[in-house]
Design a protein around this ligand. Structure first.
Ligand SMILES: *Cc1c(COP(=O)(O)O)cnc(C)c1O
Length: 224
């Protein structure tokens, strides 16, 4: 019987072909499950809840790079900052200001992605792109130098309609390019487009994703 291919191998191959980064979404997974993927070579893991991230990070190896991908309440910023390398969910100006202040207290900077809303669902957090563009045009963020904006993050609508998913990813990729040529022109650090999860990472990569966030597919038990 041939060995079944582990999803980690499949996903790292695909990411390599696209020059993209695989973020392992470890929410709800135990330290043992995380260590199993770590043991295959994965170093970038993400949680969507602050509480879970700060509880797990100290139990796991130091060379893990933790990302926060879920909604961040302003009053949790101080708690999470020491543990995270990249926050994907910068979705409002008040959070931007708090992140700048708290990073300053620690004498560091914090890398963030601007979460932009492209899904149809009302529930999804994120900037409306027009509001984001106005905020950037006003230049207020230039007074918040400890927050380094590295790119955009977005989620497509949860639907079986692959054409809709593709058009939402294409919209987000268009926003990404327009900011690369606009407000972030000349900033090579603005280079990350975080889009794609277990159900739609293939479409996201075709539409220009540079970072996919995969949980259920990666941690699924391998058949066979
Ligand atoms: C849970 C989650 C993912 C991963 O979803 P899967 O379908 O398990 O791959 C990606 N991004 C965000 C923001 C999430 O909350």
């Amino acid at each position: 019987m041939p060995q079944p291919i582990h999803p980690y191998s499949l996903l790292t191959d695909i990411c390599q072909r696209h020059g993209a980064t695989l973020v392992a979404v470890s929410k709800t997974r135990s330290p043992e499950e995380i260590l199993a993927i770590y043991g295959r070579g994965q170093r970038v893991f993400a949680e969507n809840r602050v509480q879970e991230l700060v509880a797990k990070a100290p139990l796991l190896p130091d060379d893990i790079e933790w990302h926060l991908i879920g909604h961040l309440q302003t009053n949790k910023v101080r708690q999470v900052l020491p543990h995270v390398r990249l926050i994907h969910s910068l979705d409002r100006s008040s959070l931007w200001e708090t992140l700048d202040t708290e990073a300053g207290r620690l004498g560091r900077t914090i890398d963030c992605l601007l979460q932009v809303k492209v899904a149809q669902e009302e529930s999804k957090f994120g900037w409306e792109f027009l509001a984001l563009r106005e905020f950037l045009a006003a230049g207020r963020h230039l007074e918040l130098p400890r927050v380094r904006i590295r790119g955009l993050m977005g989620m497509a609508t949860l639907t079986d309609d692959r054409d809709q998913v593709r058009s939402e990813f294409r919209e987000l990729a268009g926003y990404f390019r327009s900011l690369q040529e606009g407000s972030f022109a000349g900033d090579p650090g603005f280079s990350i487009l975080s889009m794609g999860m277990s159900s739609d990472y293939d479409i996201a990569l075709e539409e220009g994703s540079t970072m996919i966030r995969v949980g259920s597919l990666l941690f699924a038990p391998v058949a066979g």
